[in-house]
Design a protein around this ligand. Sequence first.
Ligand code: PLP
Length: 361
Amino acid sequence: MPRPIRASINLEALRHNYLFAKNRSGNAKAFAVVKANAYGHGLENAIAAFGDIADGFALLDIAEARRLREAGLQQPIALLEGFFEPADLAEVLELGLTPAIHGEAQLKMLERARPQAPLDVLLKINSGMNRLGFTADNFGAALARLQSLPCVRFITPMTHFARADDEVGIAGQLSVFRSLTGGLGMPVSLANSAALLRFPEAAGQITRPGIILYGGSPMPAQQTAEAIGLRPVMTLSSEIIGTQSIRAGDKVGYGGTFTADGPMRIGTVACGYADGYPRHAPTGTPILVGGRRTRVLGRVSMDMLACDLTHLEEAGVGTPVTLWGDGLAADEVATAAGTISYELFCALAPRVPVQVKGLSR
Ligand SMILES: *Cc1c(COP(=O)(O)O)cnc(C)c1O
């Protein structure tokens, strides 16, 4: 028998979440952000869940874009980092992709290659995140150079918000963006998940929801995924494979970081950091055993972690455990571990078998 750990991916929930994002986008198109193998959920699962209804897709790798095209999808596919070298351009054109043009190097590549086929591009503006994009100093010139290239068809200015999820919000970045694009009358692409939820008025014509598709909240401290109306997509589960009874003063796990202050029963779960569970999840991180909440104890090992069964008399070897997903929000586990659900999802290890719950239609 293989180790009892598995991840299940619920396609119905994934479809529900895309439809939620699309609905939130109003008249704008919602490009599903499926980078990083659909945030660890499997690109093919994303295709199966919403490939037929998505307005478009956004990702990073040309190889991933090719998988979408090979699945027969004809919608626009945005390359959020654009292309990296001149040789990429041929594939971009062959696959009909929409690259972001975010810097001088890419503009030069395009000007040198002067491709024949029509090319749609996103013109990235650095409105304050200072990661990628043109600024007030060079945006106008970049736009003019793109417009003078016969191969370039549609140009969609875009920007990315650094603080759509917190108290600072988007106003400052939006005003920078608007000052550069306001008079152009061009469609624009602005909102990530947090902006879509909090500032729908700034959706633009193309939204780029990511985490909400996968049932994570972009701002879990303010609003849980459930309160937003999202459904969990990935459930990571395993089983108790051993138990120990310990006494006051006994310690648990590597480094002995947890000390019992009375008699306790410990459950050992077949899940560790080599499965993608965060090693830095401290004692107290929530976990479900037999559907009941308890807590992780001590340090997470490579292949196992310990949890508290002291008040769960019925739990023993073989009792099912949920690490996150149905019944326990990934956001809660992430917050306890000092990270975000994005990282938990993306870190799911290749050694964990994935079970797909299909669409009921
Ligand atoms: C990842 C990404 C998104 C999606 O962000 P979420 O917070 O997951 O909604 C949107 N736009 C760009 C440019 C991104 O890199």
